[in-house]
Design a protein around this ligand. Sequence first.
Ligand SMILES: *Cc1c(COP(=O)(O)O)cnc(C)c1O
Length: 451
Amino acid sequence: MTQIPDLEQLLSDPLVAALARAEETAWFSERPTPSAAGIEASGIDPAITDDARARFRRFAPWFAECFPDTRATHGILESPLTGIPDMQAELGARFGTDLPGKLWLKRDDALPVSGSIKARGGIHEVLQVAERIAIEAGLMAETDDARVLMTPKVQAVLSEHGIAVGSTGNLGLSIGIVASELGFKTTVHMSMDARAWKKDLLRSRGVTVVEHEGNFSDAVAAGRRTAQEDPSVWFVDDEASLSLFAGYSAAGSRLAGQLASLEVTIDERHPLFVYLPCGVGGGPGGVTFGLKQVFGDAVHCIFVEPTHAPCMSLGVRTGLHDAISVADIGLDGLTAADGLAVGRPSRLVGEHLQQMIDGYVTATDERMKAFVGLLHDSEGIDVEPSAAAGFAGPWRILEDEIYRTAFGLDDTALANATHIVWSTGGSMVPAAEMAGYVAEGQALIGEVPWR
Ligand SMILES: *Cc1c(COP(=O)(O)O)cnc(C)c1O
């Protein structure tokens, strides 16, 4: 681990000082990097996105056969895009400013198979590993319908292999469900904050769940260690995996198709703002990479984190990336936002994608929960607290004049804007637990400061 510069020096940056006090923050890019230059600077080959899309297409017949909730899309894992005008009006009234343009919700909380954004990245890596093993065994061709993996011959081979992952919950859920269905010996290392229902669900599917005392990074480290000891085990590395990233990035062109079908124009004069809850960064980073390929400079991607675990804001702002953890500035990393309780950002995303990320916003747990309550009351939609984090973003853009000026976001452009809050999880949460989130959120609506 590299040396951390002394704390006093770090805290001389007012933003880092605010992060250290667990305050809500907003920090936007001061000048645009053309998206083509950003993609180039990332060093990541855009071809991984089309490759992931093609893989999902090859696996569609397999999903349709194995997962009944994917039949309605013939095996393609995708979520609806929904306008939320009542939530937009409600938030406008609370914040005391109407949001120009239109507010939408991208319902990854309703993604089939595992009910969170991890159904994009986590599942993609498992599919890629299964294919590779079957191809190497001479039992599958690159272009084959993936149902060949269900044949006894391939099943015998896959059952000799293991998949391991360290997770705060949702990644383990996605990988565990699909890897066990494919016949892998599957082990999920869970951090202490993981919910009991996720562990129970995985165990019911034959997945080995190992519980760790520590946090997310400890669970990942434990998973990595066991996989290193056994070459037949593939370790899904949430902190650095390109395959996970590729799976998330496939969302970009899919979203473009959805917007086009709804007659929504996106160009420089009709900007698109996307608000993405950020944990380790792979999910929002991959989606951003996919969106910038499709929409270029017309899309603005804003990452949203909990005030107690702002690892991406901290890593990018200090330039230390995964060499600094939120604990280094005295934060406990504890949050009710599942999937976002991460102390150290992905090596892949902060360092390689920073020129593509337009802004970093943090929100308190209380605010995320209040958004859950408001969304329930105004739209009848229930999501988990982490999935509501994105609502902290849109009004911050209105406040930041430097950003708006630098990016040419005048009143006309803002009036034409499309704002998409990416709702990242919720549909698998047991009803009683969800009712608890909603009730707690409703109680907090009157407590959190809105102006
Ligand atoms: C994992 C997760 C995220 C963020 O994804 P990262 O790749 O960790 O940044 C956001 N929301 C939910 C519900 C998640 O499970």
